[in-house]
Write a protein that binds this ligand. Structure first.
Ligand code: GDP
Ligand code: PGA
Ligand code: MN
Ligand code: MN
Length: 611
């Protein structure tokens, strides 16, 4: 056990049945339905971690990595069919169909419960049922956001220990205040008959990822993959929390949080929403290429934001770890992620296992002559197949990040100065555009588009609208969600709200190469943003917003031709005209639920484009 492990463990390691009646009743009810062999109340202790990971090694789910390379860390390979979020199997089961809106799958909650109750009946036979008390955000928050996940997957327990604050100390606090909590039920859906041998990655072809927004409850079945099974993350901290946020006047968003410090010591806090596998984790841990600039990390995937007493928008990261895309991560693109995982205490899923007991993936460099692929096959550089799944992930404690901002530990969060929306677009969208005001920024977010990635099952590279990068995560009618954003702007002092920007690191040249080098070079864009907020940088007013002049962007030492830079910044009126019918069609989906001001914004854009 390394010193680092001690720092991530919770305080109490006593085995913990509970005096919290609500939890006890629910646990008993689920145990009766699912029929596990035993029930284990998770403590979050180091001893429990050792027991769990030893057992996972025993069943073949985990391979222990070489302690010299990655101490206290493990390699796992999923079933090849269970590698990503399943958006077509994800439901928002609101009482009224209209409340789930045109972007979510819906089924009547009672009907869904009947189907899933049948699936859960006896689904944990032959297995241990784990009870994980957890809190998203700080235990010391004004109203801590409690949850209890019940799962029959030890892999989920190990991963939840990295990703969320959990264990006995959380349970004790829940007992003290008789806390409300989000019940989150998960089963891999593979009961074991007496004597039946388990498989390394149990799952079921039938999958359901279901949110009941009015009840604030989550039912998940059939998948062991992080986004489908670690229910504190996408299901609670985004889908259920977005509904709570609507009702209570705050925002639950798919955003990284970073702290930017200029050479002069000016500090700005930035939140940025990009769809899954579009650069949040990398931007959150960015190592600036421009001298004297500093980035520190607060979060890489989720931001909960509330207006503070001073009228500014404060953000906290409700998570406790990173669940990052592995491929493409290397010493150059994301050295801080490399430092974070090196410290160990991590789980790597669907990457390659090297012969010396380390992990490897495409884009890491130092290609090994031989490795075991994520499918468990021999892999060499000549192999036709990839060594790692494109959505393979590292799951690692946030406290190990060498550039973690100290403010991470502040339950009140940090005041956000800029919000960035961004996506993956080969064409049309310039490197960076500043919105004219909050409503225009909301329009940018509401019309955000991106090419689909391997983070969800289905086709990759298809352009779709992904509003605020929240398409798969809005727990209610997206039209109402846009209205909620507009309302936040209306109800608060515009001067104190963050400025909104739209970025695209992924524009391509004629040969299909990225125009902009990205990664650490994105610090140049952050610099322009900081200076814009302070009224110090030049911009051109275009039909879509304010875009930097080539001179306004710091290009000192940037290895890029003037022509490429001009193309990265270009607002091509013809390309934008082609977007208009798509945006119109997108808005029409929402009928009366679309705030009228967004139509007004579209009319303004059309007029400026001369449509
Ligand atoms: P997240 O899922 O939104 O957190 O995205 P990640 O930061 O994990 O990045 C997803 C993929 O995009 C990885 O393969 C990265 O290497 C790649 N990526 C991230 N930032 C950039 C960038 O600025 N430019 C380019 N070309 N690729 C990037
Ligand atoms: P990502 O997180 O945004 O880092 O890809 C996982 C997901 O959104 O599925
Ligand atoms: Mn995400
Ligand atoms: Mn990420």
């Amino acid at each position: 056990m390394t010193a680092d492990t001690a720092s991530i463990s919770s305080q109490d390691n006593q085995s913990a049945p509970t005096t919290h009646e609500g939890i006890l009743n629910w646990v008993n009810e689920v145990a009766e339905l699912t029929q596990p062999d035993t029930v284990h109340w998770c403590t979050g202790s180091d001893e429990e971690w050792v027991e769990l990971t030893d057992a996972l090694v025993e069943t073949g789910t985990f391979v222990r990595l070489n302690a010299e390379k990655k101490p206290n860390s493990f390699w796992a390979a999923s079933d090849p069919t269970d590698v990503a979020r399943v958006e077509d199997r994800t439901y928002i089961c609101s009482v009224d169909e209209k409340d789930s809106g045109p972007t979510n799958n819906w089924m009547d909650p009672n009907e869904m419960k009947a189907i899933m109750t049948d699936l859960y009946r006896g689904s944990m036979k032959g297995r241990t049922m784990y009870v994980i008390p957890f809190v998203m955000g700080h235990l010391e928050a004004e109203s801590p956001m409690f949850g209890v996940e019940i799962t029959d997957s030890a892999y989920v327990v190990a991963s939840m220990r990295v990703m969320a604050r959990m264990g006995t100390n959380v349970l004790r606090r829940m007992e003290e205040v008789d806390a409300k909590f989000v019940p989150a039920l998960h089963s891999v859906g593979m009961p074991l008959e007496p004597g039946q041998q388990d498989v390394a990655w149990p799952c079921n072809d039938t999958k359901y990822i279901v949110q009941f927004p009015e009840e604030r409850a989550i039912w998940s079945y059939g998948s062991g993959y992080g986004g489908n099974a670690l229910l504190g993350k996408k299901c609670y901290a985004l889908r259920i929390a977005s509904v709570m946020a609507r009702d209570e006047g705050w925002l639950a968003e798919h955003m990284l949080i970073l702290k930017l410090t200029s050479p002069e010591g000016v500090v700005k806090y930035v939140a940025a929403a990009f769809p899954s596998a579009c650069g949040k984790t990398n931007l959150a841990m960015l190592a600036p290429t421009i001298p004297g600039w500093k980035v520190e990390t607060l979060g890489d995937d989720i931001a909960w934001m509330r207006i503070g007493e001073d009228g500014r928008l404060y953000a906290v990261n409700p998570e406790f770890g990173f669940f990052g895309v592995a491929p493409g991560t290397n010493e150059k693109t994301n050295p801080n992620a490399m430092r974070t995982i090196e410290r160990g205490n991590s789980v790597f899923t669907n990457v390659a296992l090297t012969d010396d007991g380390d992990v490897w993936w495409e884009g890491m460099g130092n290609t090994p002559a031989h490795a075991t692929s994520w499918k468990g096959q021999d892999w060499t550089p000549d192999s036709e197949e990839l060594s790692s799944h494109p959505n393979s992930r590292y799951c690692t404690p946030i406290k190990q990040c060498p550039i973690l901002a100290p403010e991470y530990d502040d339950p009140n969060g940090v005041p956000i100065d800029a919000i960035l929306f961004g996506g993956r677009r080969k064409t049309t969208i310039p490197l960076v555009t500043e919105a004219r005001d909050w409503t225009h920024g909301t329009f940018m977010g509401a019309t955000l588009s991106s090419e689909t990635t391997a983070a969800a099952t289905g086709a990759v590279g298809v352009v779709r609208r992904d509003p605020m990068a929240m398409l798969p995560f809005i727990g209610y009618n997206a039209g109402d969600y846009f209205n909620h954003w507009i309302t936040v702007g209306k109800d608060n002092d515009a001067a104190k709200l963050p400025k909104i920007f739209y970025v695209n690191w992924f524009r391509r040249d004629e040969d299909g190469g990225f125009l902009w080098p990205g990664f650490g070079e994105n610090s140049r864009v952050l610099k322009w943003i900081l200076q814009r907020i302070d009224g110090q940088a030049e911009a051109t007013e275009t039909p879509i917003g304010h875009v930097p002049t080539p001179e306004a962007l710091d290009t000192d030492g940037l290895d890029m031709t003037e022509a490429d830079l001009a193309q990265a910044l270009e607002v091509d009126v013809e390309e934008w005209k082609a977007e208009i019918p798509q945006i119109t069609e997108w808005f029409e989906k929402f009928g009366d639920n679309l705030p009228a001001v967004l139509w007004t914004e579209l009319d303004g854009l059309k007029a400026r484009l001369g449509v």
